[in-house]
Design a protein around this ligand. Structure first.
Ligand code: ATP
Ligand code: MG
Length: 911
């Protein structure tokens, strides 16, 4: 119902098409896997809850109400759908005297009147039969319809009892009250209807199936799961009847692919909070089911089920067809990352579970649950589920305490552990000569996945140690390994973060990685345990962080290439930064890069990306590598020999066959030691968000790739919609303030420079039309003001009047006031004018005075006069004699001020 909230709250803008709606019918994509509505724990276990489902609804916005809604719902269910009325039960709100709520007997009578027998109409409590959006605002009673799947009995006593055979199918909400701050209820002037019918539950009733999963909504998904896993047939068994757990796993996988597909196509990406974490949790939960019960290999499992869903629902929901490729990529990436720890996490869980069992405890300790999350990425609800399978519980409060403790600790560590000691030349020499330590093999950094390695030494900054046993936990130091997959900061690419672990024995958090003369120091702190020389450890860099870094690094090469294509050969790299958020590229170029040029650069880069070129790399003799036509190297940089050559699209060996080939200039070839994507398509998109000058002759471009690029494009699209709304507004203070706000927001918007430029030129037209209108009104008001004053003096009876004091029919318009003052100052010097503008409804007053020569001769000054007025209307005044202008907020005192100004002058003239 979120999309309709503004209508219910009465905040919908009159320019919004939605404001014209009186009625609506729709299907809503509902997710209940977190927050207020969370059915995740039931999914797999029962027959009628899903994490994702379609909620069919009909809506009335101040149009039809209870009588029609009840009549029509009964007609739809029994006549149109042909459900047996004897199997239907309805509920109505029983009232709540404590809350001052009457029973909804109106609903009860209406159900009776359409023919529902009295013993099928049941009262229900606040929880089931009263709906509120929040502590305040629209609310009202609701009336549910339940369906008995058995029939031939009176099942009234099973309604709302969690019986899988008597389930709620439809809920009709009658929004008739507005809850006030003080908790009292006010009747709403416009009453609304909001109903929700679970499509999957309706289908199970229509197809006469005992469960939602036995309907043809799920059959195609189950068929696909069977095809992919080779599992036995689905038999729709539950709980203990599902002996091998396979039916449960079928349900979980089929349910979860629906949630994953719909949420990712709507723009959610798996991460650690909010809706992103819902996606992550559900994917991990599903992966574990798939592996445990179907023996499926995790890494690209869900994306294999995806085509069946797209086939089934793509016609009604074209977004999932459009986004299918993105969904697959995101699912695979995320699954792959979890696959790395799933196995080890399960083993660790077994250990913890065995420990708990051996001590007779009925639960896993909170610290263990937290560790499973922190080290292996097991969401709490997954651990809970695994624990339940073993007859164990988890104590959520204990977990929360462990989580909080760990957060506090890591916060304080990250504050204190900022800088790490670097080994100096003597220490490096000591490593090499005295300690005879060889530099590590760091090739694994170019491959995905964890590796095993051996600890060589621990570096404290002052000395090398063989063990951490004398070092306090959570203090900074470095670790040297015989081999590593961690990327040490180099060539503009930031260092990896991650961890070095011996499961359940020791864990070292890696915050930074640096290399010195070929030695790689993993800097960070020990979270628990002891590490010593010779220990075998698992090296885990943060893959989910590395992945956007990879995108950005290959993106940098492509950008560098496009820059030369568009701006010419003089463009040379002057600096570069590649991190998980962005790429930043500095280059020599004398003038600002124009927007059309930026567009060309972006387009060229994106067409390179879309070609889905393979990335090749190879170590090559430096002299030979330098001969490759068009190779990009940074001037003045010393490169190792052999040097690593990275080429986007053409095999390095092929380049070397004929290095001088002029065709090679069309290819991005660079000397580079960084990590790259396998195929350019993974980058998805490159969007330039900034172009600026950083020094004479040096420009900087900042660009986003992948999901970040899509996010900023979406922001631009949203802003476009906002402009559209503003364009449709008619001129007035509302539009003026919207334009002001939007101008500021547009300036601050971080988005595609090209799109922003288009937004700006479109928005400037809106701004201009507002300014023009303001000017027009301004001019008109100046004229009104001047006419009023000159008109006064033109009257016969005022022919000899020396002054005018009065409230003019204008807004609080200072410009109109000063126009009048200027007129008198230059054209009618003798006469005096004190005028006021504004009104109580506007909440502002302006006033202005010109002291003509006649009055001035009595010693009157504009300054003292206007000070007397300001005292009444508030604010201050300013200006140069003989004029003065001011403004204030006491607009309801304008008349009083006019009188006071008059009295003040009369007093002065009397003297
Ligand atoms: P239940 O008590 O069965 O969980 P509910 O009270 O949470 O239902 P409502 O919030 O009233 O349900 O939602 C309206 C309709 O949406 C329900 O009548 C039902 O048909 C459907 N529905 C609700 N939750 C789910 C779910 N998790 N899976 C499938 N359908 C659901
Ligand atoms: Mg529910």
């Amino acid at each position: 119902m979120n999309q309709f909230k503004p209508i219910f709250l009465g905040t919908v803008a009159s320019t919004d098409d939605m404001s014209k709606l009186k009625r609506a019918v729709d299907t809503q994509k509902c997710i209940r896997a977190g927050g207020k509505h969370n059915d995740l724990d039931d999914v797999g276990k029962d027959s009628y809850h899903h994490t994702f489902f379609e909620m069919l609804g009909n809506w009335s916005f101040g149009d039809y109400f209870k009588k029609e809604a009840i009549g029509w719902s009964w007609e739809l269910l029994t006549k149109v759908y042909g459900l047996d009325p004897n199997r239907l039960y309805v509920t109505y709100f029983e009232g709540n005297p404590e809350m001052g709520l009457e029973p909804d007997l109106e609903a009860k009578d209406l159900w009776l009147s359409v023919g529902v027998p009295e013993d099928h109409i049941l009262p229900g409590n606040m929880k089931d039969n009263f709906w509120e959006m929040g502590d305040q605002g629209p609310c009202g009673p609701c009336s549910e319809v339940h369906y008995d799947k058995v029939g031939g009995r009176n099942a009234a006593h099973l309604v709302n009892q969690d019986d899988p055979l008597v389930v709620e199918v439809w809920n009709n909400v009658f929004i008739q009250f507005d809850r006030q701050k003080d908790k009292s209820l006010k009747s709403l002037p416009a009453k609304h209807v909001d109903t929700g019918m679970g499509f999957e539950r309706l289908v199970s009733a229509l197809q006469e199936k005992p469960s939602n999963y036995a309907t043809d909504i799920f059959t195609p998904l189950f068929a696909k799961i069977q095809e992919v896993t080779g599992a036995r047939d689905y038999t729709d068994k539950y709980g203990k009847d599902d002996l091998d757990g396979i039916d449960t796993a079928y349900r979980v996988v089929a349910d979860h692919i629906r949630l994953l597909t719909f949420s990712i196509s709507d723009g959610a990406v798996p991460n650690n909070d909010g809706r992103g974490y819902v996606v992550r949790r559900v994917l991990r939960r599903g992966s574990r089911y798939a592996r445990k019960y179907f023996n499926a290999e995790i890494g690209s499992f869900f994306s294999k089920i995806l085509p069946a869903l797209v086939d089934q629902m793509g016609e009604q929901f074209p977004d999932i067809v459009r986004k299918q490729k993105d969904v697959k990529e995101i699912l695979d990436e995320e699954e792959e990352a979890f696959a790395r720890t799933l196995d080890r996490g399960e083993k660790q869980f077994e250990k913890y579970a065995a420990q708990a069992a051996s001590t007779g405890a009925k639960k896993l300790s909170g610290a263990d649950v937290w560790r499973l999350y922190d080290t292996f990425g097991f969401p709490e609800d997954l651990t809970k589920l695994m624990a339940e399978e073993r007859g164990l519980n988890i104590d959520e409060e204990e977990v929360a305490i462990a989580r909080e403790k760990a957060r506090e600790a890591s916060k304080s560590i990250k504050d204190s552990v900022q800088t790490f000691a670097k080994p100096n030349v003597h220490q490096i020499a000591e490593l090499k000569d005295k300690l005879q330590i060889s530099t590590p093999d760091d090739e694994p950094k170019f491959t995905k996945g964890d590796i095993k390695a051996k600890v060589q030494l621990v570096f404290t900054g002052t000395e090398f140690l063989e063990s951490t046993k004398d070092l306090p936990l959570k203090t900074p130091f470095g670790i040297l390994l015989d081999r590593t997959n961690f990327y040490a900061e180099q060539g503009g690419q930031v260092a990896d973060t991650g961890r070095i672990v011996i499961d359940d024995v020791a864990e070292f958090k890696v915050l930074d990685v640096q290399q010195f003369g070929g030695y790689v120091v993993h800097n960070g702190y020990l979270d628990y345990g002891v590490l010593k020389s010779g220990d075998e450890v698992i090296c885990e860099y943060d893959e989910l962080r590395r992945q956007p870094i990879r995108n950005n690094h290959t993106g940098t090469h492509i950008l560098n290439h496009s820059l030369r294509e568009v701006l010419g050969d003089e463009v040379n790299q002057k600096g570069s930064l590649v991190d998980q958020d962005k790429l930043r590229f500095d280059f020599s170029h004398k003038v600002q890069v124009t927007v059309p040029e930026l567009k060309k650069i972006e387009d060229l880069s994106n067409s390179y990306i879309r070609q889905n070129c393979k990335i090749y790399s190879k170590d090559v003799e430096l002299d030979l590598a330098r001969q490759i036509n068009g190779v990009r190297a940074v001037f003045g940089e010393t490169y190792p020999n052999p040097v690593r050559v990275v080429s986007v699209g053409i095999d390095v060996d092929m380049l070397l066959e004929k290095p001088e080939n002029p065709e090679w200039r069309k290819v991005s070839v660079e000397f580079c030691g960084g990590t790259h994507v396998e195929q350019t398509g993974i980058i998805k998109d490159l969007v330039i968000v900034e172009e600026s000058g950083i020094a004479k002759g040096i420009r900087r471009i900042v660009a986003y790739t992948g999901d970040a690029a899509h996010a900023v494009q979406r922001d631009a699209e949203e802003f476009g919609k906002r402009i559209e709304l503003i364009e449709a507004m008619s001129f007035g203070p509302e539009k003026e303030s919207e334009v002001k706000q939007a101008t500021a927001d547009l300036n601050n918007l971080v988005t595609s420079t090209v799109l922003k430029d288009a937004l700006k030129s479109r928005f400037n037209k809106v701004v201009k039309s507002v300014v023009d209108e303001q000017k027009k009104r301004q001019k008109a008001e100046s004229k009104i003001a001047l006419d009023a004053v000159t008109g006064h003096f033109a009257k016969k009876e005022n022919k000899d009047a020396k002054y005018f004091i009065g409230h003019l029919p204008i807004s609080a318009n200072s410009k109109a006031v000063s126009d009048v003052l200027n007129h008198f100052k230059s054209k009618d010097k003798e006469r005096t004018v004190y005028m006021f503008g504004g009104s109580p409804s506007e909440g502002a007053v302006v006033h202005g005075v010109y002291v003509g020569t006649h009055v001035a001769s009595s010693g009157v000054t504009a300054e003292t006069w206007s000070a007397a007025v300001s005292e009444i209307v508030g604010g201050k005044s300013g200006g140069k004699e003989p004029t003065r202008q001011g403004q204030g907020n006491n607009a309801d005192k304008i008349d009083e001020a006019v009188e006071a100004a008059r009295k003040w002058l009369e007093e002065k003239l009397k003297l």
